[in-house]
Design a binder for this molecule. Structure first.
Ligand SMILES: [Zn+2]
Ligand SMILES: [Zn+2]
Length: 261
């Protein structure tokens, strides 16, 4: 009720450029706001094709507007390309309007491992998630935001091995010194035991990485739908205390929150 029940969708404004990170159910309300603001060009960076990251797309108002251009960026390495996944979820038994009938000008482009969108320099990293997932490091006017959700730390899944140490170091380097990291922390350490291999991390992983990667501000989100607001508050308070992170450095993502980087 306080932190919000929609699935992943973040609007990122870099000057005049509007980037949308993931199109979970939150993209419906964002579409209404973008229509109201008269935004014409919208770029969508999608992390992966799991339902909670694309299912809002058929309800995204700008897609129904002839004068709008939507550029959807396609990261490599997914078991199903995003264009295909968006098309499938508008097949007639799921949705009445096929993807190709949407009035907006819809373009699909590859992200590669690095790209520039409207002055924002973006690099991409493969994350540890079933079916593949991409994290994005976005730099604009010397400020860095890292979007890193649906990632299971390698050390959690594979234990303390040379491989997991090297891969976790790579992820930390990707986050290093970022002004703001948006990071998945779906579970507590206790809950994780029965959710191993599900592709998500814990509050403790996010807190530890905040310190080791010298992240300036860490916002954790992709909240578990079974966690109440009070439970989330308790998780954040526990981590802040144990890792000596103050509430302005480590905090919970909240629907509708606006953060200046
Ligand atoms: Zn996922
Ligand atoms: Zn997810």
């Amino acid at each position: 009720m306080r932190y919000g029940g929609n699935t992943c969708c973040v609007e990122l404004r870099c000057g005049e450029q509007t980037l949308v990170l993931d199109a979970g159910t939150g993209v419906r309300a964002l579409g209404v706001a973008l229509e109201r603001a008269g935004t014409v060009n919208i770029s969508l960076l999608i992390s992966h094709t799991h339902m909670d990251h694309i299912q809002g797309f058929p309800f995204f108002a700008p897609a129904y507007h002839l004068k709008k251009t939507l550029t959807v960026y396609e990261p490599p390495g997914l078991s199903l390309p995003i264009q295909e996944a968006l098309r499938k979820q508008t097949e007639p038994y799921y949705f009445p309007v096929p993807l190709e009938d949407l009035p907006a000008h819809l373009e699909f482009r590859s992200t590669g491992d690095a790209l520039t969108i409207g002055g924002a320099d973006i690099s991409r990293l493969d994350l540890n998630h079933p079916g593949g997932c991409s994290g994005y490091r976005i730099e604009y006017e010397k400020k860095v935001l890292v979007y890193l959700t649906d990632h299971e730390p390698y050390r959690r899944l594979f234990g303390d091995t040379d491989y997991s140490r090297a891969k976790d170091a790579e992820v930390r380097d990707f986050m290093r010194n970022a002004d703001l990291v948006l990071r998945d922390a779906q579970y507590t350490v206790d809950e994780y035991d029965t959710r191993r291999g599900w592709g998500h991390g814990t509050f403790d992983d996010a807190a530890e990485d905040t310190k080791l990667a010298e992240v300036k501000r860490m916002m954790v989100f992709h909240h578990d739908p079974d966690h109440s607001d009070d439970f989330l508050d308790a998780c954040a308070a526990s981590v802040q205390k144990r890792y000596k992170l103050d509430a302005s450095r480590f905090f919970l993502g909240c629907e509708g929150a606006e953060i200046e980087v």
